[in-house]
Design a protein around this ligand. Structure first.
Ligand code: PLP
Length: 371
């Protein structure tokens, strides 16, 4: 590529875009006479609550630039929601930063905090791919580890937690989170806890890294990542926020201001409305609960085993065979699942099934699995 004047393209540092490898299975599933049931992506399909849409449209006549730090209203709404929904106390306006969906924040976090060559970023063994991408973009090294003993004497610059996990639905107990926090404090490691699915609890109660039982009221070195995509059906709005250590939030703000990483003003207003209302989030959670029960029973009835999956938006499913064989078996029945190898080498014998399909499609999947 001559325009790069011999420099190695940045994209070469990154893994292949995994979804391209699913195209054949998708075509096969789409050929089913009853149409595809696409459970491969966690993209919401239910309506955006009118309360949120009204807030968006009421804020649409605003010609000026919004601020990177966000309006006091959206930050206050985030603080109150974290308090009401998850029992997180003691946050103030300097501890919240809105982001343009959490994927961009995660992809940019290591670079924005100045990590680079020689730094280590620890991510879960089976993980949302963007943790690795963010580290690689910064030139940092990635270590996949679920336990602190796997990390040994190293002092990583950053460690990611994700409870409930995408893709496994695993929930980390308070004691584990406490251990990670005290371990990280001894080493000066930043703990980034991706809490995208914290509001979707089924068989276990997930806990925030900022929970007083974990952080003891001290947010130093801790960042919680919260997305409105799943709990409020706002994936298309690109709406999320970071919460935690005011020094880290301040540094991220200082850089993001220069880079113009600003959440659009009407979206900030919509976020404030969504964060201020728990009713729509609990209606949505109940939809997912019902779909999960139907799909869980159907999957087990078809001879699969479900591992982990105590919370979150996915079932982590296996037939004790290579995941691509399971994907093929399902696609012959018109069902598309995500192969576990998307999420790391330890995922090779599982597939991930999302609960984000309509009631009608979930019922279709269940009846196909039964026959
Ligand atoms: C674990 C996890 N974190 C972050 C995200 C990104 O969400 P968004 O960019 O929509 O906020 C996702 C999306 O699927 C996810 O699964």
């Amino acid at each position: 590529m001559s325009v790069l004047r011999g420099r190695a393209p940045v994209s070469r540092r990154l893994p292949d875009f995994p979804w391209d490898t699913l195209l054949d299975a998708k075509e096969r599933a789409a050929a089913h006479p009853g149409g595809i049931v696409d459970l491969s992506v966690g993209t919401p399909v239910d309506p955006v609550d009118p309360l949120i849409r009204d807030a968006l449209s009421a804020a649409s006549d605003f010609p000026g630039y919004p601020t990177t730090i966000g309006t006091p209203e959206v930050r206050r709404a985030a603080i109150d929601a974290l308090q009401r929904r998850f029992g997180i106390d003691g946050l103030d306006l300097s501890m919240i930063l809105p982001v343009i969906g959490t994927k961009e924040a995660i992809a940019g976090l290591p670079s924005t905090l100045g990590l680079g060559v020689g730094d280590q970023v620890v991510i879960p063994e089976v993980a949302y791919p963007t943790y690795e991408v963010g580290a690689l973009l910064a030139g940092a090294d990635v270590l996949r580890a679920d336990s602190l003993t796997q990390i040994g004497p190293a002092a990583p610059a950053m460690i990611y937690l994700n409870s409930p996990s995408n893709p496994t639905g695993k929930v980390l107990p308070v004691e584990h989170l406490r251990k990670v926090v005290s371990w990280a404090r001894e080493r000066g490691t930043v703990v980034v806890s991706d809490e995208c699915y914290l509001g979707l609890a089924w068989d276990d109660e997930p806990v925030s890294i900022l929970d007083p039982r974990v952080a003891d009221g001290d947010n130093t070195g801790l960042l919680a990542v919260h997305s409105l995509s799943k709990t409020s059906n706002l994936a298309s709005y690109r709406a999320g926020f970071l919460a935690g250590d005011p020094a880290l939030i301040g540094e991220l703000l200082a850089v993001r201001k220069h880079a113009g990483m600003i959440v659009p003003f009407p979206i900030q207003a919509a976020m404030a409305a969504a964060l201020g209302d728990d009713g729509h989030a609990s209606i949505q959670r109940e939809r997912y609960r019902r779909r999960r029960e139907i799909l869980r029973d159907a999957v087990i009835g078809a001879g699969f085993r479900i591992d982990e999956s105590a919370a979150g938006l996915y079932l982590w499913v296996t037939r004790d065979e290579p995941c691509r064989e399971t994907v093929a078996w399902l696609s012959d029945r018109g069902i598309l699942a995500a192969p576990g190898d998307f999420y790391g080498p330890r995922g090779v014998r599982h597939v991930r099934m999302a609960l984000t399909a309509t009631d009608e499609r979930i019922a279709q999947a269940a009846s196909r699995l039964a026959s």
